[in-house]
Write a protein that binds this ligand. Structure first.
Ligand code: PLP
Length: 383
């Protein structure tokens, strides 16, 4: 059976070029970049080159870019690092952030920090006006994601960054879902988290951009790698693979975004023909590859399992919470009732998806939904 992967917001298949670029660093190019002999110098050069590739793509200086183990670590470093290095106890974030931000904020609350979790509107948009009103004398940091990983809504981060600038507060954005997918205007951003495995790079690698002059403490202390910001012998193979993925994203970003937007819109149009279905997230201000739906009377998990039996890999929402049976915090925050939030389906497209894939999904999904509704206890309760 043909298998169709439509869970690219969860993770992506590494490009074969990425794999090839990494391979020598598992073999003859095994040096430690901290060593001064030729093996070490070779590794150090690869590290420098990779840093320059990622920094150039963002339009920042290489000294402002720090490699990490991924988006989760970058988010934790940004939030906890800024919280502990600066005077002031208040942080503003949104109620729909990824758990990497939310759980870090909850931990900071237990350490005595005050966190404001801003609400969002029905599309998942943060209001810049509400955000400005929430600023206090002791606010040190605002962290608002660039685009939401579940419903794909793109936040007005440039406007939010400008407000932060005016008030002299640091602005962090989790750009894990937008990096390499859509352009990022860096002007008003002080800290930015990215991850490799969402852009066809290897897992376990990411980076944090820290604007020159931002006061921040490291989380991991040791041998002073990453200029003291993140100690531990560098994952050179992973970092080289990440840089290769960035190189390819740079080349393909515009054409992929245009093509995937068309496929996404076809998917949305087709699925919304089904009764008792709706689109979650913003109709236009959304990620090119994200389509997120609600279906009345059914469980998203059942839908995902039935799609899997037809060879389609989809998700109910975020990869990390899809094994929990709690309704998604993002869907509750946009105003869905728990039973509506349970009936969700996220289809996220990628470079290998074709129009035939979309047609196939549109041909099998209505039947699955209809069958699940026939046996649904929710449907009976509502009759
Ligand atoms: N932030 C967002 C918005 C994400 O979508 C993800 C991954 O799902 C992360 C952070 C975590 O990134 P990583 O898997 O690289 O730790």
């Amino acid at each position: 059976m043909k298998r169709i992967y439509m869970d690219h917001a969860g993770t992506t298949q590494p490009y074969s070029e990425v794999f090839k670029a990494m391979e020598p660093f598992f073999g003859e190019r095994f040096g430690n970049p901290s060593s001064i002999h030729s093996f070490g110098r070779e590794a150090d050069k690869a590290l420098d080159d990779a840093r320059r590739t990622v920094a150039d793509f963002l339009g920042v200086s290489a000294e402002e870019l720090f490699f990490t183990s991924g988006g989760t670590e970058s988010d934790n470093l940004a939030l906890k690092g800024v919280a502990f290095a600066n005077k002031g106890r208040h942080i503003i974030t949104s109620s729909i952030e990824h758990h990497a931000v939310l759980r870090a904020c909850e931990w900071l609350e237990r350490q005595g920090f005050a966190i404001t979790y801003l609400p969002v509107d029905k599309y998942g948009l943060v209001s810049p006006e509400e955000l400005e009103k929430a600023i206090r004398n002791d606010t040190i940091l605002v962290s608002i994601m660039h685009a939401n990983n579940e419903i794909g809504t793109i936040e007005p981060i440039d406007e939010i960054g400008k407000i932060c600038r005016r008030h002299g507060i640091y602005f962090h954005t989790d750009a894990v879902q937008t990096f390499g997918k859509i352009p990022i205007k860096m002007d008003n951003i002080d800290l930015l988290s990215v991850s490799s495995h969402k852009i066809h790079g290897p897992r376990g690698v990411g980076a944090l951009f820290i604007r020159k002059g931002v006061k921040i403490d490291p989380l991991i202390h040791g041998g002073n790698q990453e200029r003291g910001m993140r100690s531990g012998t560098e994952n050179i193979a992973g970092i080289v693979g990440f840089a290769k993925a960035v190189e390819l994203a740079k080349k393909n970003m515009k054409k992929d975004a245009d093509r995937l937007t068309k496929l996404r819109d076809k998917l949305i149009k087709g699925i919304l023909k089904m009764p008792d279905s709706w689109l979650n997230g913003h109709p236009v201000q959304r990620l090119p590859a994200n389509a997120h739906f609600g279906f009345k009377y059914i469980e998203g998990e059942a839908l995902v399992l039935h799609l899997d039996m037809k060879g389609i890999a989809a998700s109910t929402g975020s990869a990390c919470s899809s094994k929990e049976l709690k309704p998604s915090h993002t869907l509750l925050a946009i105003g869905l009732k728990p039973e509506e939030a349970h009936g969700s389906l996220r289809l996220t497209l990628g470079k290998d998806n074709t129009e035939e894939d979309v047609d196939y999904v549109l041909s099998v999904l209505p039947g699955i939904v209809e069958n699940l509704r026939k046996i649904s206890p929710f449907k009976r309760e509502n009759k």
